[in-house]
Design a protein around this ligand. Sequence first.
Ligand SMILES: Cc1ncc(COP(=O)(O)O)c(C=O)c1O
Length: 434
Amino acid sequence: MSTAGIHAGWAASDCHRSLTPPIYSSSAYAQPDHAALRALFERRADGFAYSRSGNPTTAVLEERITSLEGGIGAIAVASGQAATTIALCALAAPGGHVVASSRLYGGTTELLDDTLADLGVTTTVVDPWDLDAWEAAFTEDTRAAIVESIANPGAQLLDLDVLTDIAHRRDVPVIVDSTLASPALYRPGEHGADVVVHSATKYLCGHGTTIAGLIVDTGRFDPRRCPQRWERLTTPNRRFGVTFADEYASGASGLLAYARAKYVTDLGATLPATSAQQILVGIETLDLRLRKISADAVELAGRLAAAPEVARVHHPSIPGRPDAHLAARDFPRGTSGVFSIDLHGGEAAAAAFCDALELWALAVNLGDARSLVCHPASTTHCHLTSAQREACGVGTGTVRLSVGLEDLEDLWADLSRGLAAARDALPEAAAIGA
Ligand SMILES: Cc1ncc(COP(=O)(O)O)c(C=O)c1O
């Protein structure tokens, strides 16, 4: 993983033997002649014409994440949200049905509930631990299922092998948002995922500098198995004059060719080359960062679980968690630095806790080198109904933590300050033995 994270997609063989992939800051690419430019537009030749649909720096990032996820191709896009939107649109728009985990990032739930619903996409939301409900949710019109490998913010895991097996028996591809896991901790393609999406903004970037998204085709999905269902991929496209599924014959992804030609180009959600380079630099240290962060998160989760101000800690290492066996089986390198706590005293206690912190920043990002906290009910999950929030384990007293790279004891000292403030905010402080 570390070797591919540093080398995949780039060799210092040209461009002045630059060791780091250079930033190709160019909107367009001059072609030798009319015929060459025509061939690019007619998809008869590979190359770069205009950076909205492809850029050499971004292409290195695409190759690197393809290698890290063990896929057959990838597209880099402007944000994690764009990655999820484009993956879902390419499979399910217009008018398809999606089976969605009840434990998704709030922005994904809102996307399905509102914007994709406007495009006629219908969604059935299911608890991914309820296999009967998962199985029953699929219909003739289901075009995709979507889950998170480690759910934000409760860090719940799922048995992806079983869930993908059920979906595949109905020829439905499964999209896995693997933002929290990153390929350093988990490769969804090895557990049956067809498409992997990342908010590269998070651990892949690692330093909170850049918004970016990635879509990876793991090579399992083949629309030619059900050509009528995937007509847009298996019949000649009127606009582009090609049949996208033909790409599979040469080992490339027809789905991604379609997504890039249609959605990246039309929606214009292009990743700038400067951003691609920042993600590439971040990936170089991904493995190291995730090891320390995951180990520190286990330690802090354990200490928080023993604190009287904390009603519950949502981390797979906490005794009694139903996903403990999955952590042991599928996540031997850890489950990232994201987890959440439920404080006694609801939002007032959560606010006092967050406001008292001096080292942990109050910010809605995660996966930064800096440790961050946020209150999901009033931020990332604020537009959801209380039932939707409950389904993904977000209560009024829930605080999400994203452990960074600082010294563990400094982080704990600051959390202790927050806990004291949460205790002081509680009228019934005595009742919890504080
Ligand atoms: C799990 C997950 N997926 C997707 C996104 C959206 O990513 P971005 O903010 O890069 O658009 C986020 C953002 O927090 C996230 O946490």
